[in-house]
Design a protein around this ligand. Structure first.
Ligand code: ADP
Ligand code: F6P
Length: 532
C-alpha cells in the first residue's frame, strides 16, 4: 500500500467563497449549499490547496480577492476560471440539466444535449490540469461531487500516480434510471479511476454497484470490510458509504448565545407565539417545496382548529436562476404561497411567511431556535444538512424534526425524527398535527437523541473516516489546526464507514390529547404512523 506523505488537494466545483462583480467592483461572498457548508467546516484548519470555481466574477481582482481570502485560512484557494459558455454548458447544462435531475430520479427533466457532454469533458480536463499542476504523486487528491466525475480519468491520462478519492454529495440512482444516460459507461469507467469512491448512503452505494454489474460486466465487486472493492482492468477502487454532516459546535455554540435566544424570542412574539413551522431550502425542485405547501394547505383544510394557531415560515435561498426549470419553480412556489395565503389569511394572521433570500448565520440560527417544527421534505436529497443544523441549534430541545424518508438524513435520524413521504400530503399534514400535540417530554427525548447523533457523527468524523478508507494516509484533517506548519499527522484508528444509527429508541408518540398553543386544546384525530 502507498503511504501518502503529501498534502491534501481538495477539488470541488465551488470554492467556499464566491466572487461576484458589482457596480462597486468585485466582492467576496460565502458560497451557499451543503457542500460549501460541510467542506468549509472540515477544511477550516487544514493545510493544503482547495481548487475550484470562484463564481462568475472576472478580472484581475479575482486573484487578489482569493489571495486575501486565503490569508485567513490554513490552505490556499486556487481558482479555475470558467468562460460564459462553460458556465452555460458544463455547470448549468451537463451538471444541472442532466446529472442533477437524473441522479435525483427525475429523468423527465433531463436535457440530453451532446454539446453539454463535450463541455463537461473539457471542463473536467481543465480541473484535472489545475490539480496536476499543483499536486505531486505524494499528495492525496480529493475530488467532490457530480460536476467532476471524470477528473481522475484525465489526471491518470496526464500520468498522475497520486492517490485520488471521490465523494458524491448527491444520490446515485438505480440502474433503470442511470442507464438512460447516453454516456453511462464512460462515467462509470471514469469513476473507477479513483482509488476511493464514497457515497452518502448504502442505497447510493448499492445503486452504483448495481450499475457496474449491469453496464460494466467486466468489473468485479467484492467485500472488503467495512467497504467494497471494485476492480477492473488491473485497477482497484474502494467503494464505501460516508454520510456527511456538519460541525455540531459551529451551530450549537452560537445558537445557545443569549443574543440568538433574544432574536428567536422576538421572532416568536412577532408570530403571535403560534406554532412555528420552518422550511429552509435552496430553491430547487428536489426540495419538494410545492408539495410541502400543498401539505400545509391540506393541514389547514383538515384541521380548521389549527388556523390562527400555526404559521409556516418558508425561507428559500435563490439558486441556479438561469436554468428554466428553476425559474418555473420559483413562479410555482410564489403562486402557491399567494393562493394559500389568499385562502386562509384572517385579520392579524398570515399563514405563510415567505422569504426568498440568503439569511445571515445569526438570523438563520434564530429561526432554527424559534421553530417548533422543522419541516424538511425533499423529494430526494443526498443528505440535507439543514435537518442536522436545526438539531444542533436546538439549545432548548423543544423542536420537532419532520424529515423526508428520501433525504439521506431521513434514515440516519429516523429514531428521533418523524419520517414522512413528501408525496403523501395527508401523511405530512398528519405528521405536523402529531408534532403539534407531542408532549414536551417526548420532544425533549427525541431532540436529545438527535443532537447526540449529529454531535457524534460530525463532519470531522466524516472526513477522517473517508481518509482512513483511502489507505494509510499520514495526513489527517484537523479540527484545531496546527498553525499550518506541518502537513503530516497520523490518523487515529477509528471505525470507518459506519452508518450513524442508534440502539436507543425514542419514546413512542404518546396519547396526544393536548395543547398546541396557549389556551387551545385539540382532539387527536388519527396518526400517520399507525401508532394509535
Ligand atoms: P443543498 O446542498 O442541496 O443546498 P443542504 O440542506 O445539504 O442542501 O445544504 C443547504 C445549506 O445552505 C445549509 O448549510 C443551509 O444552512 C444553507 N441555506 C439554505 N437556505 C438558506 C438561506 N435561505 N439562507 C442561508 N443559508 C441557507
Ligand atoms: O449538495 C449538492 C450541491 O449541488 C453542491 O454540490 C452545491 O454546492 C450545492 O448543492 C449548491 O448548488 P450550486 O453549487 O449549483 O449553487
Amino acid at each position: 500500500m502507498t503511504l501518502i506523505k503529501g498534502r491534501l488537494i481538495n477539488v470541488s466545483n465551488r470554492l467556499p467563497v464566491l466572487i461576484r462583480n458589482s457596480a462597486s467592483g468585485a466582492r467576496v461572498e460565502r458560497s451557499s449549499g451543503g457542500l460549501a457548508t460541510a467542506l468549509n467546516a472540515a477544511w477550516r484548519h487544514q493545510p493544503g490547496v482547495w481548487i475550484g470555481w470562484a463564481g462568475p466574477g472576472q478580472g484581475p481582482d479575482v486573484e487578489h480577492l482569493l489571495a486575501k481570502a486565503s490569508r485567513r485560512r490554513f490552505h490556499t484557494l486556487q481558482a479555475v476560471a470558467l468562460s460564459e459558455e462553460e458556465i452555460a454548458k458544463f455547470y448549468s447544462g451537463f451538471a444541472n440539466e442532466i446529472i442533477w435531475p437524473l441522479f435525483h430520479d427525475m429523468p423527465s427533466l433531463c436535457k440530453f444535449d451532446p454539446d453539454y457532454w463535450e463541455a463537461y469533458q473539457r471542463v473536467n480536463r481543465k480541473f484535472a490540469q489545475a490539480a496536476a499542476n499543483t499536486a505531486t504523486d505524494d499528495d492525496f487528491i480529493w475530488v467532490h461531487d457530480y460536476h467532476l466525475m471524470s477528473v481522475a480519468r484525465y489526471l491518470r491520462e496526464a500520468g498522475s500516480r497520486a492517490r485520488m478519492g471521490f465523494f458524491l454529495h448527491i444520490p446515485f440512482p438505480a440502474p433503470d434510471i442511470f442507464e438512460k444516460l447516453p454516456w453511462r459507461q464512460c462515467i462509470l469507467k471514469s469513476l473507477l479511476q479513483f482509488d476511493l469512491i464514497g457515497f452518502q448512503t448504502d442505497r447510493d452505494r448499492n445503486n452504483f454497484v448495481s450499475c457496474l454489474q449491469r453496464l460494466l460486466p467486466e468489473a468485479t465487486v467484492e467485500q472488503n470490510h467495512p467497504h467494497l472493492l471494485a476492480s477492473m482492468q488491473g485497477r482497484q477502487a474502494v467503494v464505501g458509504t460516508f454520510p456527511i454532516s456538519i460541525d455540531f459546535e459551529e451551530f450549537a455554540i452560537p445558537a445557545a448565545h443569549p443574543d440568538v435566544a433574544a432574536r428567536a424570542e422576538n421572532i416568536r412574539k412577532q408570530l403571535l407565539d403560534n406554532v412555528l413551522v420552518l422550511g429552509v431550502d435552496r430553491m430547487d425542485y428536489t426540495k419538494g417545496i410545492p408539495e410541502r405547501l400543498k401539505s400545509f394547505r391540506l393541514l389547514l383544510r383538515r384541521f380548521p382548529e389549527l388556523r390562527r394557531q400555526i404559521t409556516l415560515v418558508q425561507v428559500v435561498v435563490p439558486s441556479r436562476e438561469e436554468i428554466p426549470n428553476y425559474k418555473e419553480l420559483r413562479l410555482e412556489v410564489e403562486l402557491l404561497v399567494s393562493q394559500i395565503n389568499g385562502e386562509f389569511t384572517e385579520s392579524g394572521w398570515v399563514p405563510i411567511h415567505y422569504m426568498h433570500r440568503n439569511l445571515g448565520r445569526a438570523e438563520l440560527l434564530a429561526y432554527y431556535r424559534a421553530a417548533d417544527i422543522a419541516l424538511i421534505t425533499p423529494l430526494k436529497d443526498g443528505m440535507n444538512l439543514v435537518a442536522k443544523e436545526f438539531c444542533a441549534a436546538q439549545a432548548d430541545e423543544r423542536g420537532v424534526l419532520i424529515v423526508s424518508e428520501f433525504a439521506g438524513a431521513g434514515p440516519e435520524l429516523r429514531h428521533g425524527a418523524i419520517l414522512v413521504n413528501p408525496n403523501d400530503f395527508a401523511g405530512v399534514a398528519q405528521a405536523i398535527h402529531d408534532a403539534c400535540l407531542m408532549t414536551t417530554e417526548e420532544k425533549r427525548t427525541r431532540m436529545r437523541l438527535l443532537r447526540t447523533i449529529v454531535k457524534d457523527h460530525n463532519v470531522h468524523r466524516w472526513a477522517r473516516s473517508f481518509l482512513q478508507a483511502a489507505g494509510p494516509l499520514e495526513t489527517e484533517l484537523t479540527k484545531s489546526g496546527n498553525g499550518g506548519a506541518s502537513k503530516i499527522l497520523t490518523i487515529r484508528k477509528q471505525p470507518s464507514g459506519e452508518i450513524p444509527g442508534v440502539a436507543l429508541v425514542a419514546a413512542s408518540m404518546g396519547a396526544r390529547q393536548g395543547q398546541y398553543s396557549a389556551g387551545h386544546s385539540i382532539r387527536r384525530i388519527g396518526s400517520a404512523h399507525g401508532d394509535d
